[in-house]
Design a protein around this ligand. Structure first.
Ligand code: AMP
Length: 466
Protein backbone atom coordinates (compact mmCIF):
# COMPACT_ATOMS: atom_id res chain seq x y z
CA UNK A 1 0.00 0.00 0.00
CA UNK A 2 1.29 3.41 -0.85
CA UNK A 3 1.89 5.25 2.35
CA UNK A 4 1.32 8.89 1.68
CA UNK A 5 -0.99 9.94 4.48
CA UNK A 6 0.44 11.97 7.27
CA UNK A 7 -0.11 10.69 10.75
CA UNK A 8 -2.56 13.09 12.24
CA UNK A 9 -4.65 11.96 15.15
CA UNK A 10 -6.10 14.91 16.95
CA UNK A 11 -8.97 13.02 18.42
CA UNK A 12 -11.34 12.37 21.30
CA UNK A 13 -12.09 9.06 23.00
CA UNK A 14 -14.90 7.86 25.30
CA UNK A 15 -15.49 4.53 27.01
CA UNK A 16 -18.42 3.31 29.11
CA UNK A 17 -18.50 0.16 31.25
CA UNK A 18 -21.39 -1.36 33.21
CA UNK A 19 -24.30 0.64 31.77
CA UNK A 20 -27.28 -0.88 30.01
CA UNK A 21 -27.20 1.83 27.34
CA UNK A 22 -23.44 1.99 26.94
CA UNK A 23 -23.52 2.93 23.24
CA UNK A 24 -26.05 5.74 23.81
CA UNK A 25 -23.90 7.19 26.59
CA UNK A 26 -20.78 6.87 24.43
CA UNK A 27 -22.64 8.71 21.67
CA UNK A 28 -23.41 11.57 24.07
CA UNK A 29 -19.81 11.60 25.27
CA UNK A 30 -18.59 11.84 21.68
CA UNK A 31 -20.98 14.69 21.06
CA UNK A 32 -19.45 16.57 24.02
CA UNK A 33 -16.01 15.90 22.52
CA UNK A 34 -16.95 16.89 18.97
CA UNK A 35 -14.42 19.77 19.09
CA UNK A 36 -11.62 17.19 19.22
CA UNK A 37 -12.46 15.80 15.80
CA UNK A 38 -15.02 16.36 13.09
CA UNK A 39 -13.86 14.13 10.28
CA UNK A 40 -15.58 10.96 11.38
CA UNK A 41 -16.72 9.03 14.42
CA UNK A 42 -17.41 5.49 15.49
CA UNK A 43 -18.68 3.41 18.37
CA UNK A 44 -17.92 -0.21 19.17
CA UNK A 45 -20.11 -2.00 21.73
CA UNK A 46 -20.17 -5.46 23.29
CA UNK A 47 -22.99 -7.59 24.67
CA UNK A 48 -20.45 -9.83 26.37
CA UNK A 49 -20.17 -12.18 23.40
CA UNK A 50 -19.73 -10.18 20.21
CA UNK A 51 -18.33 -6.77 19.28
CA UNK A 52 -20.58 -4.49 17.21
CA UNK A 53 -19.20 -1.54 15.25
CA UNK A 54 -20.78 1.46 13.56
CA UNK A 55 -18.65 4.22 12.08
CA UNK A 56 -18.90 6.85 9.34
CA UNK A 57 -17.46 10.08 8.09
CA UNK A 58 -19.10 13.22 9.46
CA UNK A 59 -20.35 14.66 12.73
CA UNK A 60 -21.55 12.52 15.64
CA UNK A 61 -25.16 13.77 15.53
CA UNK A 62 -25.39 13.13 11.77
CA UNK A 63 -23.81 9.67 11.92
CA UNK A 64 -25.84 8.08 14.70
CA UNK A 65 -29.60 7.73 14.32
CA UNK A 66 -31.71 5.91 16.91
CA UNK A 67 -31.81 2.96 14.53
CA UNK A 68 -28.05 2.89 14.22
CA UNK A 69 -27.52 3.10 17.98
CA UNK A 70 -29.91 0.14 18.41
CA UNK A 71 -27.43 -1.89 16.38
CA UNK A 72 -24.93 -1.34 19.23
CA UNK A 73 -26.26 -3.45 22.14
CA UNK A 74 -24.55 -4.20 25.43
CA UNK A 75 -23.21 -2.59 28.58
CA UNK A 76 -19.71 -1.88 27.31
CA UNK A 77 -18.73 0.54 24.54
CA UNK A 78 -15.90 2.73 23.31
CA UNK A 79 -16.12 5.64 20.86
CA UNK A 80 -13.80 7.84 18.88
CA UNK A 81 -13.94 11.22 17.12
CA UNK A 82 -11.39 11.76 14.40
CA UNK A 83 -9.97 15.09 13.36
CA UNK A 84 -10.15 16.23 9.77
CA UNK A 85 -6.75 16.57 8.13
CA UNK A 86 -5.64 16.62 4.53
CA UNK A 87 -4.87 13.33 2.82
CA UNK A 88 -6.32 10.92 5.31
CA UNK A 89 -9.97 11.90 5.26
CA UNK A 90 -11.27 8.43 4.51
CA UNK A 91 -13.58 5.97 6.24
CA UNK A 92 -10.88 3.32 6.62
CA UNK A 93 -9.09 5.62 9.08
CA UNK A 94 -12.13 6.22 11.26
CA UNK A 95 -11.93 4.44 14.62
CA UNK A 96 -12.55 2.32 16.67
CA UNK A 97 -10.56 -0.28 14.78
CA UNK A 98 -11.93 -3.79 15.41
CA UNK A 99 -10.09 -7.05 14.77
CA UNK A 100 -10.41 -10.72 15.53
CA UNK A 101 -7.24 -12.39 16.72
CA UNK A 102 -6.19 -15.61 18.41
CA UNK A 103 -7.61 -14.67 21.84
CA UNK A 104 -10.93 -13.22 20.63
CA UNK A 105 -11.99 -9.77 19.48
CA UNK A 106 -10.39 -6.44 20.16
CA UNK A 107 -11.33 -2.82 19.50
CA UNK A 108 -9.09 0.18 19.89
CA UNK A 109 -9.61 3.96 20.03
CA UNK A 110 -6.51 6.14 20.11
CA UNK A 111 -5.80 9.83 20.66
CA UNK A 112 -2.24 11.00 20.00
CA UNK A 113 0.52 10.38 17.49
CA UNK A 114 3.16 7.69 17.63
CA UNK A 115 6.60 8.91 16.61
CA UNK A 116 7.86 5.48 15.54
CA UNK A 117 4.74 4.23 13.74
CA UNK A 118 6.39 4.22 10.31
CA UNK A 119 9.32 2.06 11.40
CA UNK A 120 7.03 -0.32 13.27
CA UNK A 121 4.68 -0.54 10.35
CA UNK A 122 7.47 -1.40 7.91
CA UNK A 123 8.74 -4.06 10.30
CA UNK A 124 5.27 -5.56 10.73
CA UNK A 125 4.65 -5.50 6.97
CA UNK A 126 7.94 -7.23 6.33
CA UNK A 127 6.65 -10.03 8.57
CA UNK A 128 3.44 -10.31 6.56
CA UNK A 129 1.05 -7.98 8.41
CA UNK A 130 -1.65 -6.50 6.17
CA UNK A 131 -2.78 -3.03 7.13
CA UNK A 132 -6.30 -1.81 6.39
CA UNK A 133 -5.75 1.86 7.12
CA UNK A 134 -3.02 4.48 7.11
CA UNK A 135 -3.64 5.32 10.76
CA UNK A 136 -0.77 4.85 13.20
CA UNK A 137 -3.23 3.36 15.67
CA UNK A 138 -3.49 0.21 13.59
CA UNK A 139 0.15 -0.48 14.41
CA UNK A 140 -0.80 -0.91 18.07
CA UNK A 141 -3.47 -3.48 17.31
CA UNK A 142 -1.09 -5.45 15.07
CA UNK A 143 1.55 -5.45 17.79
CA UNK A 144 -0.95 -6.81 20.32
CA UNK A 145 -2.30 -9.44 17.93
CA UNK A 146 1.14 -10.65 16.84
CA UNK A 147 2.69 -10.64 20.32
CA UNK A 148 3.84 -14.01 21.61
CA UNK A 149 3.45 -12.99 25.26
CA UNK A 150 0.85 -14.94 27.27
CA UNK A 151 -2.53 -13.32 27.93
CA UNK A 152 -4.01 -10.05 26.77
CA UNK A 153 -2.43 -7.82 29.46
CA UNK A 154 0.99 -9.27 28.74
CA UNK A 155 0.48 -8.77 25.02
CA UNK A 156 -0.62 -5.18 25.55
CA UNK A 157 2.40 -4.54 27.79
CA UNK A 158 4.62 -6.09 25.14
CA UNK A 159 3.10 -3.84 22.44
CA UNK A 160 3.29 -0.73 24.62
CA UNK A 161 6.97 -1.38 25.18
CA UNK A 162 7.54 -1.04 21.43
CA UNK A 163 5.49 2.05 20.64
CA UNK A 164 6.80 5.48 21.27
CA UNK A 165 4.90 8.76 21.28
CA UNK A 166 1.58 10.10 22.46
CA UNK A 167 -1.22 7.70 23.24
CA UNK A 168 -4.35 8.06 25.29
CA UNK A 169 -5.78 4.71 24.41
CA UNK A 170 -8.96 2.73 24.96
CA UNK A 171 -8.96 -0.99 24.26
CA UNK A 172 -12.00 -3.21 24.66
CA UNK A 173 -12.61 -6.91 24.43
CA UNK A 174 -15.96 -8.69 24.69
CA UNK A 175 -16.03 -8.07 28.45
CA UNK A 176 -13.48 -5.53 29.57
CA UNK A 177 -12.42 -1.96 29.05
CA UNK A 178 -8.74 -1.02 29.27
CA UNK A 179 -7.59 2.61 29.43
CA UNK A 180 -3.91 3.47 28.93
CA UNK A 181 -1.97 6.73 28.91
CA UNK A 182 1.57 7.02 27.57
CA UNK A 183 4.34 7.60 30.12
CA UNK A 184 4.69 11.27 29.14
CA UNK A 185 0.95 11.90 29.51
CA UNK A 186 0.85 14.07 26.37
CA UNK A 187 -2.93 13.88 25.91
CA UNK A 188 -5.47 14.04 28.71
CA UNK A 189 -7.52 11.00 29.82
CA UNK A 190 -9.79 10.83 32.86
CA UNK A 191 -11.89 8.22 34.59
CA UNK A 192 -15.27 8.79 36.20
CA UNK A 193 -17.90 6.83 38.16
CA UNK A 194 -21.24 6.32 36.61
CA UNK A 195 -24.22 4.60 38.29
CA UNK A 196 -22.23 1.65 39.54
CA UNK A 197 -20.25 1.59 36.30
CA UNK A 198 -17.38 3.63 34.90
CA UNK A 199 -16.70 6.11 32.15
CA UNK A 200 -13.37 7.11 30.62
CA UNK A 201 -12.96 10.18 28.41
CA UNK A 202 -10.41 12.51 26.85
CA UNK A 203 -12.01 15.45 28.65
CA UNK A 204 -14.33 15.80 31.61
CA UNK A 205 -16.94 17.74 29.61
CA UNK A 206 -18.02 14.29 28.36
CA UNK A 207 -18.70 13.20 31.98
CA UNK A 208 -20.86 16.27 32.60
CA UNK A 209 -23.22 15.41 29.76
CA UNK A 210 -23.66 11.76 30.70
CA UNK A 211 -23.84 12.41 34.45
CA UNK A 212 -20.57 10.67 35.38
CA UNK A 213 -18.55 11.88 38.34
CA UNK A 214 -14.84 12.63 37.79
CA UNK A 215 -12.67 10.32 39.89
CA UNK A 216 -9.15 11.07 38.68
CA UNK A 217 -6.84 11.26 35.66
CA UNK A 218 -5.47 8.03 34.24
CA UNK A 219 -1.85 8.57 35.24
CA UNK A 220 0.97 8.77 32.72
CA UNK A 221 2.24 5.23 32.18
CA UNK A 222 -0.84 3.71 33.79
CA UNK A 223 -3.11 0.94 32.48
CA UNK A 224 -6.54 0.75 34.12
CA UNK A 225 -8.50 -2.46 33.60
CA UNK A 226 -12.25 -2.39 34.18
CA UNK A 227 -14.24 -5.63 34.18
CA UNK A 228 -16.88 -7.49 36.23
CA UNK A 229 -14.37 -7.91 39.07
CA UNK A 230 -14.03 -4.14 39.40
CA UNK A 231 -11.22 -1.77 38.57
CA UNK A 232 -7.51 -2.56 38.63
CA UNK A 233 -4.50 -0.39 37.98
CA UNK A 234 -1.19 -1.52 36.52
CA UNK A 235 1.94 0.46 35.70
CA UNK A 236 3.44 -1.29 32.70
CA UNK A 237 5.17 1.85 31.47
CA UNK A 238 7.83 3.72 33.36
CA UNK A 239 7.00 7.42 33.47
CA UNK A 240 10.40 9.02 32.80
CA UNK A 241 9.20 12.57 32.53
CA UNK A 242 5.77 14.08 32.21
CA UNK A 243 5.05 16.12 29.09
CA UNK A 244 1.43 17.26 29.25
CA UNK A 245 0.51 19.17 26.11
CA UNK A 246 0.29 22.85 27.00
CA UNK A 247 -1.62 23.55 23.77
CA UNK A 248 -4.58 21.61 25.22
CA UNK A 249 -4.99 24.55 27.62
CA UNK A 250 -4.36 27.22 25.03
CA UNK A 251 -6.59 26.05 22.22
CA UNK A 252 -7.60 22.46 21.98
CA UNK A 253 -9.60 21.36 25.06
CA UNK A 254 -13.03 22.76 25.79
CA UNK A 255 -13.21 25.50 28.46
CA UNK A 256 -15.74 23.54 30.53
CA UNK A 257 -13.31 20.62 30.89
CA UNK A 258 -10.83 20.01 33.68
CA UNK A 259 -7.62 18.33 32.53
CA UNK A 260 -4.10 17.53 33.75
CA UNK A 261 -4.83 17.25 37.45
CA UNK A 262 -8.35 18.71 37.40
CA UNK A 263 -7.32 22.20 36.25
CA UNK A 264 -10.23 24.01 34.60
CA UNK A 265 -9.45 25.07 31.05
CA UNK A 266 -11.59 28.23 31.17
CA UNK A 267 -9.87 29.33 34.37
CA UNK A 268 -6.40 28.78 32.88
CA UNK A 269 -7.32 30.68 29.69
CA UNK A 270 -8.64 33.61 31.72
CA UNK A 271 -5.44 33.67 33.76
CA UNK A 272 -3.42 33.63 30.52
CA UNK A 273 -5.40 36.72 29.48
CA UNK A 274 -4.64 38.41 32.81
CA UNK A 275 -0.95 37.63 32.47
CA UNK A 276 -1.01 38.94 28.89
CA UNK A 277 -2.47 42.23 30.15
CA UNK A 278 0.22 42.51 32.83
CA UNK A 279 2.97 41.91 30.30
CA UNK A 280 1.57 43.83 27.35
CA UNK A 281 -0.58 46.77 28.39
CA UNK A 282 -1.77 49.33 25.86
CA UNK A 283 -4.16 52.25 26.03
CA UNK A 284 -7.39 51.38 24.24
CA UNK A 285 -11.18 51.78 24.39
CA UNK A 286 -12.33 48.19 24.08
CA UNK A 287 -11.17 44.57 24.48
CA UNK A 288 -12.74 42.09 22.08
CA UNK A 289 -12.11 38.34 21.56
CA UNK A 290 -11.69 36.41 18.35
CA UNK A 291 -14.60 34.04 19.02
CA UNK A 292 -14.65 31.40 20.32
CA UNK A 293 -11.02 30.59 21.01
CA UNK A 294 -10.09 34.03 22.37
CA UNK A 295 -13.09 34.57 24.68
CA UNK A 296 -11.78 33.47 28.11
CA UNK A 297 -8.39 35.18 27.60
CA UNK A 298 -10.12 38.40 26.46
CA UNK A 299 -12.26 38.37 29.62
CA UNK A 300 -9.10 37.96 31.71
CA UNK A 301 -7.32 40.74 29.79
CA UNK A 302 -10.28 43.10 30.24
CA UNK A 303 -10.59 42.33 33.97
CA UNK A 304 -6.89 42.87 34.54
CA UNK A 305 -6.58 46.04 32.45
CA UNK A 306 -9.90 47.60 33.45
CA UNK A 307 -10.72 48.21 29.77
CA UNK A 308 -14.34 47.32 28.85
CA UNK A 309 -15.01 43.95 27.21
CA UNK A 310 -17.48 43.39 24.41
CA UNK A 311 -18.20 41.15 21.45
CA UNK A 312 -16.98 43.13 18.46
CA UNK A 313 -16.89 40.11 16.16
CA UNK A 314 -19.94 37.87 15.90
CA UNK A 315 -19.46 34.28 14.86
CA UNK A 316 -21.82 32.31 12.68
CA UNK A 317 -21.86 28.80 14.12
CA UNK A 318 -23.75 27.19 11.27
CA UNK A 319 -21.08 26.87 8.62
CA UNK A 320 -21.04 23.54 6.82
CA UNK A 321 -17.94 21.99 5.37
CA UNK A 322 -18.35 23.45 1.91
CA UNK A 323 -20.09 26.64 1.04
CA UNK A 324 -20.91 27.80 -2.45
CA UNK A 325 -19.17 31.06 -3.16
CA UNK A 326 -21.08 33.44 -5.44
CA UNK A 327 -19.66 33.74 -8.97
CA UNK A 328 -18.66 37.32 -8.34
CA UNK A 329 -15.86 36.81 -5.81
CA UNK A 330 -16.34 38.46 -2.41
CA UNK A 331 -13.19 39.69 -0.67
CA UNK A 332 -12.17 37.55 2.32
CA UNK A 333 -15.23 35.38 1.75
CA UNK A 334 -14.03 32.55 4.03
CA UNK A 335 -13.52 34.64 7.15
CA UNK A 336 -16.61 36.78 6.42
CA UNK A 337 -18.75 33.64 6.40
CA UNK A 338 -17.57 32.90 9.91
CA UNK A 339 -17.16 36.35 11.48
CA UNK A 340 -18.85 39.73 11.12
CA UNK A 341 -17.78 42.96 12.88
CA UNK A 342 -20.25 45.04 14.93
CA UNK A 343 -19.67 48.42 13.32
CA UNK A 344 -21.81 50.40 15.79
CA UNK A 345 -19.57 49.17 18.60
CA UNK A 346 -16.18 49.45 16.93
CA UNK A 347 -16.37 52.62 14.86
CA UNK A 348 -13.67 55.18 15.67
CA UNK A 349 -12.36 53.14 18.62
CA UNK A 350 -8.95 51.79 19.64
CA UNK A 351 -9.49 48.05 19.83
CA UNK A 352 -7.50 45.34 21.61
CA UNK A 353 -8.23 41.99 19.90
CA UNK A 354 -7.38 38.81 21.77
CA UNK A 355 -6.75 35.47 20.09
CA UNK A 356 -5.21 32.32 21.53
CA UNK A 357 -2.57 31.75 18.83
CA UNK A 358 -1.26 32.72 15.42
CA UNK A 359 -0.50 29.75 13.20
CA UNK A 360 -0.02 30.86 9.59
CA UNK A 361 -1.10 34.44 10.26
CA UNK A 362 -3.81 34.46 7.60
CA UNK A 363 -6.75 34.63 10.04
CA UNK A 364 -5.20 37.51 11.99
CA UNK A 365 -4.53 39.48 8.82
CA UNK A 366 -8.13 39.10 7.67
CA UNK A 367 -9.49 39.96 11.11
CA UNK A 368 -7.45 43.16 11.36
CA UNK A 369 -8.68 44.19 7.90
CA UNK A 370 -12.24 43.32 8.80
CA UNK A 371 -12.12 45.36 12.02
CA UNK A 372 -10.75 48.39 10.19
CA UNK A 373 -12.68 48.22 6.91
CA UNK A 374 -15.99 46.67 8.00
CA UNK A 375 -15.90 47.75 11.63
CA UNK A 376 -14.36 51.21 11.25
CA UNK A 377 -11.88 50.66 14.12
CA UNK A 378 -9.34 53.48 14.50
CA UNK A 379 -6.55 51.27 15.86
CA UNK A 380 -6.22 47.49 16.16
CA UNK A 381 -3.86 46.03 18.77
CA UNK A 382 -3.54 42.25 18.57
CA UNK A 383 -2.67 40.37 21.75
CA UNK A 384 -2.00 36.63 21.67
CA UNK A 385 -2.50 34.54 24.83
CA UNK A 386 0.39 32.19 24.02
CA UNK A 387 4.02 32.61 22.89
CA UNK A 388 4.86 32.58 19.15
CA UNK A 389 4.10 29.16 17.63
CA UNK A 390 7.45 28.17 16.10
CA UNK A 391 7.42 24.37 16.03
CA UNK A 392 5.10 21.72 14.59
CA UNK A 393 3.52 19.19 16.93
CA UNK A 394 4.45 15.52 16.55
CA UNK A 395 2.17 14.36 19.36
CA UNK A 396 -1.33 14.82 18.04
CA UNK A 397 -2.14 18.49 17.48
CA UNK A 398 -2.67 19.29 13.83
CA UNK A 399 -0.15 22.01 13.03
CA UNK A 400 1.28 22.84 9.62
CA UNK A 401 4.96 22.31 8.80
CA UNK A 402 7.55 24.50 10.45
CA UNK A 403 7.97 26.61 7.30
CA UNK A 404 4.27 27.43 7.30
CA UNK A 405 4.30 28.67 10.91
CA UNK A 406 4.70 32.40 10.41
CA UNK A 407 6.51 32.93 13.73
CA UNK A 408 9.21 30.40 12.83
CA UNK A 409 10.50 32.67 10.09
CA UNK A 410 9.25 36.15 11.09
CA UNK A 411 9.75 38.37 14.12
CA UNK A 412 6.69 39.77 15.94
CA UNK A 413 7.52 43.15 14.37
CA UNK A 414 7.44 41.61 10.87
CA UNK A 415 4.20 39.77 11.66
CA UNK A 416 2.69 43.01 12.94
CA UNK A 417 3.47 44.66 9.60
CA UNK A 418 2.11 41.68 7.65
CA UNK A 419 -1.20 41.66 9.50
CA UNK A 420 -1.36 45.49 9.37
CA UNK A 421 -2.09 45.92 13.10
CA UNK A 422 -1.00 48.99 15.09
CA UNK A 423 0.69 46.67 17.58
CA UNK A 424 1.16 42.95 18.23
CA UNK A 425 2.33 41.22 21.40
CA UNK A 426 2.49 37.62 22.51
CA UNK A 427 2.42 36.15 26.01
CA UNK A 428 5.93 35.29 27.23
CA UNK A 429 7.02 31.70 27.84
CA UNK A 430 7.59 32.54 31.54
CA UNK A 431 4.14 34.09 31.71
CA UNK A 432 2.57 30.97 30.22
CA UNK A 433 4.36 28.66 32.65
CA UNK A 434 3.39 30.85 35.62
CA UNK A 435 -0.26 30.09 35.01
CA UNK A 436 -0.24 26.27 35.03
CA UNK A 437 0.42 24.08 38.07
CA UNK A 438 3.76 22.19 38.03
CA UNK A 439 5.10 23.90 34.89
CA UNK A 440 8.06 21.51 34.57
CA UNK A 441 5.57 18.75 33.64
CA UNK A 442 4.54 20.21 30.29
CA UNK A 443 5.52 19.77 26.66
CA UNK A 444 5.73 23.22 25.09
CA UNK A 445 7.75 22.17 22.02
CA UNK A 446 5.49 24.21 19.72
CA UNK A 447 6.75 27.33 21.53
CA UNK A 448 10.33 26.45 22.48
CA UNK A 449 11.38 23.63 20.10
CA UNK A 450 12.19 21.39 23.07
CA UNK A 451 10.80 18.07 21.90
CA UNK A 452 10.56 15.28 24.48
CA UNK A 453 10.51 12.63 21.71
CA UNK A 454 11.30 12.66 18.01
CA UNK A 455 10.92 10.22 15.15
CA UNK A 456 13.98 9.37 13.07
CA UNK A 457 12.73 11.60 10.24
CA UNK A 458 12.00 14.47 12.61
CA UNK A 459 15.43 14.13 14.16
CA UNK A 460 16.97 14.54 10.72
CA UNK A 461 14.81 17.57 10.10
CA UNK A 462 15.83 19.06 13.44
CA UNK A 463 19.51 18.59 12.63
CA UNK A 464 19.00 20.50 9.42
CA UNK A 465 17.14 23.19 11.22
CA UNK A 466 19.39 23.93 14.13
P1 AMP B 1 -3.86 31.14 11.26
O1 AMP B 1 -4.73 31.87 10.31
O2 AMP B 1 -3.24 29.95 10.56
O3 AMP B 1 -2.85 31.99 11.94
O4 AMP B 1 -4.79 30.49 12.38
C1 AMP B 1 -4.98 31.11 13.63
C2 AMP B 1 -6.26 30.61 14.24
O5 AMP B 1 -6.27 29.18 14.24
C3 AMP B 1 -6.42 31.05 15.69
O6 AMP B 1 -7.65 31.73 15.78
C4 AMP B 1 -6.43 29.78 16.50
O7 AMP B 1 -7.47 29.79 17.45
C5 AMP B 1 -6.68 28.68 15.51
N1 AMP B 1 -5.86 27.48 15.76
C6 AMP B 1 -4.76 27.35 16.50
N2 AMP B 1 -4.29 26.09 16.49
C7 AMP B 1 -5.12 25.38 15.71
C8 AMP B 1 -5.20 24.00 15.32
N3 AMP B 1 -4.29 23.12 15.73
N4 AMP B 1 -6.22 23.62 14.51
C9 AMP B 1 -7.13 24.51 14.09
N5 AMP B 1 -7.12 25.83 14.43
C10 AMP B 1 -6.13 26.26 15.23
Amino acid sequence: MEFTDKFHDECGVVGVFGQSEAANLTYLGLHALQHRGQEGAGICSSDGRVLYIEKSMGLVADIFSEKRLKRLPGSLAIGHNRYSTAGSSVLKNVQPIVVNYSLGSLAIAHNGNLVNALELRKELESKGAIFQSTSDSEVIIHLIASSTAGGLYERITDALGKICGAFSLLIMTENELIAIRDPYGFRPLSIGKHDGGYAVASETCAFDLIGAEYMRDIEPGEMVIINDKGIRSMKPLYAKKHAFCIFEFIYFSKPDSCIFGNQNVNHIRKELGRQLARENPIEADLVIPVPDSGVPAALGYAEQSGIPFDFGLIRNHYIGRTFIEPKQAIRHFGVKLKLNPVRKLLEGKRIIVIDDSIVRGTTSKKIVKMLKEGGGAKEVHLRISSPPTIGPCFYGIDTPTRKELIASTHTPEEIKKYITAESLSYLSMDGLLKVVANPEQYCSACFDNKYPLLSLQDKEEQIELF
